[in-house]
Write a new protein. Structure first.
Length: 357
């Protein structure tokens, strides 16, 4: 614990130093109230106030700089990280940390932990990515080339989904790529292209192909990369009206589980499924109202689960230095760390407030 605390203090010192090196330093915190339906304890206690986090940001001063950077450090139980599967072994993490070299007016090269260019991420705060599950707000470690012109193009190679030799933590979109004791995602090639139909509507296609590294106790250390994964998404983002945004996507995903882990876990080696997601958002005054609706269909041999659905309506209020969120999540299934679909009802109300300085 002392080692983890010392590391956190060092990270804070680095952020403090960056305040002198660059004027673009900021921070914030958030906390959440959760009331889970059909939960006897939360019915008795009127819910739980949890998931607190302190956040620090360091960013480049200007877009005119040849070398740019961006980093986000999160500390606390609400950091959207998993201490059992991240590189720190605790509830703090670098959500992102990248350095960018501007190549031209239209393109730049990014090195570090950055956004994986794959489809779109949901706009809600707490219900999360639901059935995007591993393909939403992904933050992986590698190198990425981005070009924005007539066609927006991104090409990337991600060495792994987090820092360190066994972490499987992608922060916001975690718990869907194995674990530090099973396997992790490595050596992933990603391509994304967006075509602007006009100023209001864009269509895109993303593809990712990569390997899975076996971290299980029965693996052969000399031949640990024995699995692979692949996925593609066709998506749309557009303005229905000047204040109404519509998103839609279809994801097809599969993974071949590493051999040693598959043999000891009783899982079928190939896991496949497809997902459909729709998001509608409308802004008015200082408010935004939105809803995410998703469906996932198991295509895995031997999986007896039916297609599952989820929806998350919500509202966000901009009170000045931050936002207040009121969101509901209802789903009749989930997608686990192996990408396997299972059935199970869950409903909860979330009320979140954040503040930025």
């Amino acid at each position: 614990m002392k080692t983890n605390l010392s590391t956190a203090l060092i990270l804070l010192s680095l952020f403090s130093y960056s305040a002198h090196a660059s004027p673009s330093i900021s921070g914030g915190f958030w906390m959440n109230h959760q009331y889970t339906q059909d939960n006897d304890v939360e019915s008795d206690t009127l819910g739980t106030i949890n998931s607190e986090a302190l956040v620090f940001y360091a960013d480049s001063k200007s877009e005119d700089m040849t070398w740019q950077f961006s980093a986000e450090l999160r500390l606390g139980a609400g950091s959207f990280t998993n201490s059992a599967n991240n590189s720190t072994g605790d509830s703090y993490t670098l959500h992102k940390a990248w350095i960018s070299r501007v190549l031209s007016d239209d393109s730049h090269l990014v090195i570090g932990k950055s956004q994986v260019p794959f489809g779109w991420a949901t706009g809600n705060f707490w219900p999360g990515d639901m059935f995007q599950a591993g393909y939403g707000d992904q933050m992986d470690v590698g190198i990425k080339w981005v070009n924005k012109s007539t066609l927006d193009l991104s090409l990337a190679f991600f060495h792994a989904d987090d820092w360190g030799g066994s972490s499987t933590d992608t922060t916001d979109d975690n718990n869907h790529w194995g674990s530090s004791s099973t396997y992790r995602k490595v050596h992933t090639l990603v391509g994304d292209v967006q075509y602007p139909v006009n100023d209001q509507h864009r269509i895109g296609f993303s593809l990712q192909l990569g390997k899975l590294q076996d971290l299980s106790a029965t693996r052969d250390p000399a031949d640990s990369i024995t699995g692979d994964h692949q996925a593609w998404v066709l998506y749309y983002v557009g303005k229905v009206t000047p204040k109404t945004t519509l998103k839609g996507e279809y994801i097809s995903a599969s993974r071949d589980i590493p051999e040693a882990y598959a043999a000891t876990s009783g899982l079928t080696e190939t896991i496949e499924n497809s997902r459909v997601a729709i998001e509608l958002n409308h802004d008015f005054s200082d408010w935004s109202v939105y809803i995410d609706v998703m469906m996932a269909d198991p295509n895995t041999n031997g999986n007896a689960a039916d297609a599952i659905t989820a929806y998350a309506p919500g509202a966000r209020y901009d009170y000045g230095p931050g936002w207040i969120y009121i969101e509901w999540l209802d789903q009749d299934g989930y997608i686990d760390q192996d990408g396997l679909i299972s059935e199970g009802d869950f409903s909860a109300l979330y009320t979140t407030i954040d503040y930025y300085f």
